[in-house]
Design a protein around this ligand. Structure first.
Ligand code: SF4
Length: 446
């Protein structure tokens, strides 16, 4: 995933970026960084861990001077977890200095990098984002804008980018529009962020989204918009609605919370369960469980209590941590569950290991029946556009039927939201659904 945030023309800009990254923490918990500029020099601080752990020492934020700053929350989809891959990445070249924060995944980064290395380029990181810096630096065009467009035209895949120069900010979204990127306003300052929940925290007003294929420049002359790319069919990531984005974010014109609730409602219409209570897998299953409970007219309750001081299991990279994480994260509320027939609603089912542990946990806490309802279709294909989904082999639905998965999870029944149901909720055809139908909108070299 990754979260990006940038602000132009605000005193103590880095303070706002710090808050913005804090609001976007759910998009990446491995590392974070902020780079600011006072119009001449760049100031930067990066580290491994959560935003408030990295920037907790007195004086760090105030050392990041200037009225322009950008930041990044990292979780690795490309490149390893080493410190050289922590963004924003920075470089100096013939036009000055540059810092870049990227959300997404460039599917042709490897062949581009191989070509650049053959031509003599030396890379500091193994992040796909560094390829963009090299392409900008090596372009023969005069202006930065022309060089940027030259570079971006070479890329295939997902990029929502914020780029900082000494006196201006650029924001760009790939022509398919896979990942979100919004524009906000705070007094005289302009703000860019992966999600609008970060605007709410700093008191900024949402203006609009950066459109697919749009490059926005903000400098002392104001905001300028360009559409330099050949038009493509939009392919916004539907999983942003299902799991990745925060429920309080306004994403592509609709609140994530309402969309998830609707997913629960449609799921209930498609696959009702005769139960006493409806419980969510907290937190991401909560809105869908509320929708499900309202639709079947049975009470919603919290049968699983979440420890909020543990990261989200799905996006932690190591299997060993992930297994351990389920028990670290969730504990059953016995008095809610004892002797009850329960339906537990989750946003998605990826490997099946978490669901299996949850079913076991609920039964051992006294539940009489445990029915699983998944508020998205079976995940059959991995993502190559910026989400660290497991390999196809690890995706249980890629090689097992729903009945086989039910047996594996030991649930009394298991149903998923249908693909038709999901399409009806999101509306239109402008979405990437490759996780569910294997139809990848941007081809890549396997
Ligand atoms: S493959 Fe899935 S997670 Fe990746 S962009 Fe498409 S819908 Fe989103």
């Amino acid at each position: 995933m990754c979260g990006v945030f940038g602000i132009f023309n605000k005193s103590e800009a880095s303070n706002y970026v710090y808050l913005g990254l804090h609001a976007l923490q759910h998009r990446g918990q491995e590392a974070a960084g902020i780079v600011s500029t006072d119009g001449e020099r760049f100031f930067s601080y990066k580290g491994v861990g959560l935003v408030n752990e990295i920037f907790n020492k007195k004086g760090i934020i105030s050392s990041l001077k200037g009225r322009i700053a950008i930041g990044h929350n990292r979780y690795s989809t490309f490149g390893d977890e080493s410190e050289s891959n922590i963004q924003p990445l920075q470089a100096h070249y013939d036009l000055g200095s540059i810092a870049i924060a990227h959300n997404g995944n460039i599917v042709n980064a490897i062949p581009i990098k191989q070509r650049l290395v053959r031509q003599g380029a030396i890379f500091n990181s193994n992040s796909d984002t560094e390829v963009i810096i090299h392409l900008i630096a090596r372009s023969n065009r005069e202006s930065f804008y022309d060089r940027l467009v030259d570079a971006l035209k070479e890329l295939k895949g997902a990029f929502s980018l914020i780029i900082m120069r000494e006196n201006e900010l650029y924001a760009a979204r790939d022509p398919w529009g896979f990942r979100p990127l919004s524009i906000g306003k705070l007094d005289d300052a302009l703000v860019f962020a992966s999600e609008t929940c970060s605007f709410d925290l700093i008191g900024a007003e949402f203006i609009r989204d950066v459109e697919p294929g749009e490059v926005v420049v903000v400098n002392s002359d104001g905001l300028h918009s360009f559409k330099p790319f050949e038009r493509k069919d939009e392919r916004k990531c539907v999983f942003e609605y299902i799991y990745f984005s925060r429920p309080d974010s306004l994403l592509w014109g609709r609140y994530v919370y309402s969309m998830r609730k609707q997913m629960g409602r449609i799921l209930a219409r498609e696959s009702p369960a005769d139960v006493d209570i409806v419980i969510p897998t907290p937190d991401s299953g909560v809105p869908a469980a509320i929708g499900y409970s309202q639709e079947i007219g049975k009470p919603f309750d919290f049968g699983l209590i979440r420890n909020h001081y543990v990261g989200r299991t799905f996006i932690e990279p190591a299997q060993s941590i992930r297994n351990f994480g389920v028990r670290l994260k969730l504990n059953p509320a016995r008095d809610v569950l004892e002797g009850k027939r329960i339906v537990v609603v989750d946003d998605s089912l990826v490997r099946g290991t978490t669901s299996r542990r949850i079913v076991k946990m609920l039964r051992s806490a006294g539940a009489k029946e445990v029915h699983l309802r998944i508020a998205s279709p079976p995940v059959v294909s991995p993502c190559f556009y910026g989400i660290d989904t497991p390999t196809r082999k690890e995706l249980i639905a890629s090689s097992h039927t729903v009945e086989e998965i039910r047996r594996y999870t030991t649930a009394d029944s298991l149903s998923y939201l249908s693909l038709e149901g999901l399409k009806e909720i999101v509306g239109g055809s402008g979405f990437c659904l490759a996780c569910f139908d294997g139809k990848y909108p941007v081809p890549f070299d396997k």
